[in-house]
Write a protein that binds this ligand. Structure first.
Ligand SMILES: Cc1cc2nc3c(=O)[nH]c(=O)nc-3n(C[C@H](O)[C@H](O)[C@H](O)COP(=O)(O)O)c2cc1C
Length: 190
């Protein structure tokens, strides 16, 4: 038996990423975003409100980073989603995190988080139903400890957080259970 549960943003899993950008004055703001998705091989779309301080920073400096939040940094990651730089000018400093300027774009890489997608602003899309900021991924940087053979990032080392919109939970990634483009190939036969 199935139950109908009505209208809700019921996708699971959702990522937990920390979007970070400098303002025109060089200050850093960062926010938590779960509604983010790769939309081309070199592009990422962020579905973030225009009035967030981080969004305003992105529009000022035309660059941002997308930092993958990991389990060990859950507290600052959540803080980035509770506090707003619109009311707390020292939000980034209060998080206890640190940042260095990306070597590729004018945006801060948060050093506590293991992987960063370094992006230049590509497009803002405002329609009746959504507001998206699209970034062109110019570089990805990662802590050496999460990089394996052939420079592939190791998800088991990243230990990324997953967001559960059903009950506002944070989950950890489980174990690898299969290989994509392979697990279904027997069904291609016949
Ligand atoms: C788990 C989590 C996920 C969130 N995802 C989004 C999101 O996808 N889009 C969005 O606009 N806000 C999202 N938020 C809310 C912003 O992070 C929050 O409003 C934050 O205060 C904005 O910070 P800023 O104004 O300093 O940029 C999320 C918050 C949390 C805790």
């Amino acid at each position: 038996m199935r139950k109908n549960l009505g209208v809700q943003p019921a996708l699971f899993p959702m990522p937990v990423v920390i979007v970070a950008a400098y303002g025109a004055d060089g200050s850093i703001c960062a926010m938590n975003a779960a509604w983010a998705q790769i939309c081309a091989m070199d592009k990422i779309a962020l579905f973030i409100d225009a009035d967030h301080k981080t969004t305003k920073n992105i529009m000022e400096t035309r660059a941002f980073t997308v930092n993958i939040a990991d389990v060990s940094n859950m507290a600052p990651a959540d803080f980035f989603g509770i506090a707003t730089g619109n009311k707390m000018p020292d939000k980034f400093e209060r998080s206890g995190c640190h940042a260095v300027k990306s070597a590729f774009v004018n945006a801060p890489v948060i050093t506590e988080f293991p992987v960063a997608l370094e992006c230049e602003f590509a497009e803002e899309i405002e329609t009746k139903h959504m507001h998206a900021i699209v970034g062109r991924i110019v570089n990805v940087s990662a802590e050496e400890r999460v990089i394996g053979d052939k420079n592939k990032i190791l998800p088991e080392e990243v230990n990324a957080l997953i967001f559960d919109q059903y009950r506002s939970g944070y989950f950890a990634v489980g174990e690898k259970v299969g290989q994509a483009w392979n697990a279904g190939k027997d069904l291609m036969k016949g």
